[in-house]
Structure formats: structure tokens, C-alpha cells
Design a protein around this ligand. Structure first.
Ligand code: ZN
Length: 382
């Protein structure tokens, strides 16, 4: 009798342990999946870093303490220790890669300059642009980016100046749309446009100005579509090649902070950034919503994020400025705080700061940042 009771007890114990084991096998993968989803969907808090003159370990500790989990850095910032410290501190790294802003290439070959609708080189103060159509330049840029990915092993690439020429940083709300320079009317582009769109520009037109006017008067939509295709295909080329080197690489695009109707569709008409299509190749689209710089109120940041989110099926994360630039009025702590709060409003997936140098020069703004992030996003259970 006792033996039968003991066997029954053993059997029940065995079934109990088996039951617990089965329950755990069902629960644990679910928990792990949930954690992964949380990681993937965590708010991205990033800073743009162009150089570093501090001890790296302390710097990474400070970034982590501030809640910064993403760094956008120039290639020169990446060193062996930089990448390993980023991994140690769970910080995602992107290399900032200017695509059609390339003063070195322009100095070596001035024939690469994009040409405006007035027939002039695309230069305004420090902003100068390579013509986005040039085949050899495009191939070399793709190879250069791939070489950096192999050597520096970033988590992502962050494409900057991936557009046509415009000094948008000085385009204020009252700028007449027709007074924003349009490019590129260089002979190479005009020939390519005519052959690909089956259009003949009349021989009677004497200069670039007349040609530009004729195209915009007679084939405006063809011109805009063609320009957008030039930019999109460059993103496609870069991303396709980058993924051959590193399949899991993330892609961020720095974009001009214009809503679809601003300045008479200038986002497509002038700079040729078509967010709906670009989202096919990007994980993140990041408008440079430097509100103070372009004389806009903090709420404008959220309106730009909303507008892009309606067009693009990818994350939208605004980049905001820390201090004033180009203008003399001070960007106050209060305005900065309002900008951060607007930047974080859904459907935004985070906020990026331009730049770490600017935060370093104004420690009181680091405090603002920490306070806002603590209050909005790092509450328990969020
Ligand atoms: Zn051109």
C-alpha cells in the first residue's frame, strides 16, 4: 500500500515539475520577445558629434546618464575604443555621411558643381553642392561609404545632404517660393533629363536661365519627378550596397524640414526629397527642425513630424538645435525645453540634438534635457 502511495506521489511530483517546465517554456520566449520589442521600439535619444576632445569613458558614462542612447558621429570620431565603449554602454552608432556636399571633390573638379536656374554655380556662403546626377561621383561615393562601413563597423549610416542644393537654414517663412534657387541645370542634367523623359528643349533658348524657365513652364511635373528619382536612386544604391556588406545596418536620412505644401511643394520641387518613396529604404527620416534658426515656433516641430509621418512608412525623429545659429537672438533654456517637448510628441519616435558641442558649451541645457527626459520617458514601467 505504502509503495503504491509513494509511486503515486512520485508520479504527481513528476507531473507537477513537467507542468512547471512546460509553463516556463511557454512564458520565457514570450518575455524575451516582449523585451526585444521594447528595445526595438525604445525612444531614440541621439546627439550629433563632429569631434571629441574628452576622455571617452567619462563621455560615454555622461551620455548614458543623460539618457542618450544613439550617437551620430563623423567618421573621424570613430576609433577602436569608441565602438567598443558604445557597445558597452548600449549606445547605437551611426556614421554621418554627407552625400552631395563635398568641398574636396569640388575643389579637385569644379566641373562637378550643380548649376542654378540663373546659370550660376550652386554656392551660397558655405553651402556648395555637387550635381547629383554625375555617374562617376555617385559610384565613388557609394564605394567610399561601403569602405567606411567595413572599416568602422557602425550600427547605422546617416545620410546627410542627400538632396539638391538649398541653403534652407536661411529660408524664412516669408520667402517667396520662386526665389528659392532651383537646380540642377548643368549640361549633363539637361541631356539626361531630355533623353530619359523624351523631351526636346528648343535650340532657340540661349542660356541656362531661359532653359530653366522653359522647363518649369512646360514640363514642371516631369522635372520634379525626374529630380526626385535622381535622389531616391542614390539612396537606393547606397543602401543596397551597404546591406551587402552589413545586412542588418540601419539607415537614417537627414532631411530638409519642410512640410509637403511649404514654399509651393519645395520639398520635392527644390530639394527633391520624396518621403513616401524614400521610406522604402530608410529606417528613420529625421527632419532638421531647427525652429529658432528658421524663425518658427516650437509647435512647428510637431507639425513637421506629423506631416512627414503621414507620408512615410518609417520612424520619424526630429533633430533640434541646442543653441542659436545664424541669428543673434538667444535660444533660451525655456524655448529649448519647449522644443524638446514638441519634438517628443507622438508620432515622433525620439529626438536628436544638434549638436553635442552645443550641449557641452551650455551645461544648463544638459540639465533641461535630463529633466525633460526623466519626466516624460524614463518613468517606471515605461
Ligand atoms: Zn547637374
Amino acid at each position: 500500500m505504502k509503495i503504491i502511495q509513494k509511486r503515486t506521489k512520485d508520479k504527481m511530483r513528476y507531473l507537477f515539475i513537467l507542468g512547471i517546465f512546460l509553463i516556463l517554456t511557454l512564458i520565457i520566449p514570450g518575455c524575451m520577445k516582449k523585451n526585444n520589442v521594447q528595445d526595438e521600439s525604445r525612444m531614440m535619444i541621439g546627439v550629433k558629434v563632429y569631434h571629441i576632445d574628452r576622455e571617452l569613458d567619462a563621455l560615454f558614462k555622461e551620455w548614458e546618464g543623460l539618457g542618450i542612447n544613439t550617437i551620430f558621429a563623423s567618421p573621424s570620431v570613430f576609433e577602436d575604443e569608441f565602438s567598443s565603449l558604445a557597445k558597452k554602454h548600449h549606445i547605437t552608432t551611426f556614421i554621418i555621411l554627407p552625400v552631395f556636399y563635398d568641398p574636396t571633390a569640388l575643389e579637385a573638379d569644379p566641373g562637378l558643381y550643380a548649376i542654378t536656374d540663373k546659370g550660376e554655380k550652386a554656392i551660397e556662403e558655405w553651402v556648395e553642392f555637387v550635381c547629383p546626377s554625375r555617374r562617376d561621383y555617385r559610384i565613388q561615393k557609394v564605394e567610399y561609404i561601403n569602405k567606411l562601413i567595413r572599416e568602422l563597423e557602425p550600427d547605422g549610416i546617416s545620410l546627410d545632404f542627400i538632396r539638391y542644393f538649398c541653403f534652407w537654414e536661411k529660408v524664412y517663412p516669408d520667402r517667396p517660393p520662386d526665389l528659392i534657387p532651383n537646380t540642377c541645370f548643368c549640361p549633363y542634367c539637361l541631356e539626361k533629363f531630355q533623353s530619359e523623359k523624351q523631351i526636346n528643349i528648343p535650340d532657340s533658348l540661349e542660356d541656362s536661365g531661359a532653359v530653366a524657365k522653359w522647363i518649369q513652364a512646360n514640363h514642371s511635373n516631369d522635372w520634379i519627378q525626374w529630380k526626385c528619382g535622381i535622389i531616391t536612386s542614390m539612396v537606393e544604391n547606397i543602401v543596397n550596397e551597404a546591406k551587402k556588406t552589413k545586412p542588418e545596418i540601419k539607415v537614417n536620412l537627414h532631411v530638409v524640414p519642410w512640410r509637403k505644401d511649404d514654399f509651393n511643394n519645395a520639398i520635392r520641387r527644390i530639394v527633391a526629397q520624396d518621403f513616401a518613396v524614400l521610406a522604402n529604404y530608410a529606417d528613420i527620416i529625421s527632419p532638421m527642425t531647427y525652429a529658432h534658426m528658421v524663425k518658427r515656433k516650437p509647435a512647428w516641430i510637431h507639425s513637421v513630424v506629423n506631416d512627414i509621418h503621414e507620408q512615410a512608412d518609417c520612424k520619424v525623429i526630429p533633430s533640434i538645435q541646442v543653441n542659436q545659429a545664424y541669428l543673434k537672438d538667444t535660444l533660451t533654456e525655456k524655448e529649448f525645453e519647449l522644443n524638446v517637448l514638441e519634438a517628443l510628441k507622438p508620432p515622433s519616435s525620439g529626438v536628436f540634438f544638434w549638436s553635442w558641442d552645443q550641449l557641452e558649451s551650455r551645461p544648463e541645457k544638459k540639465e533641461v534635457l535630463k529633466r525633460v527626459l526623466d519626466s516624460v520617458y524614463f518613468l517606471p514601467n515605461i
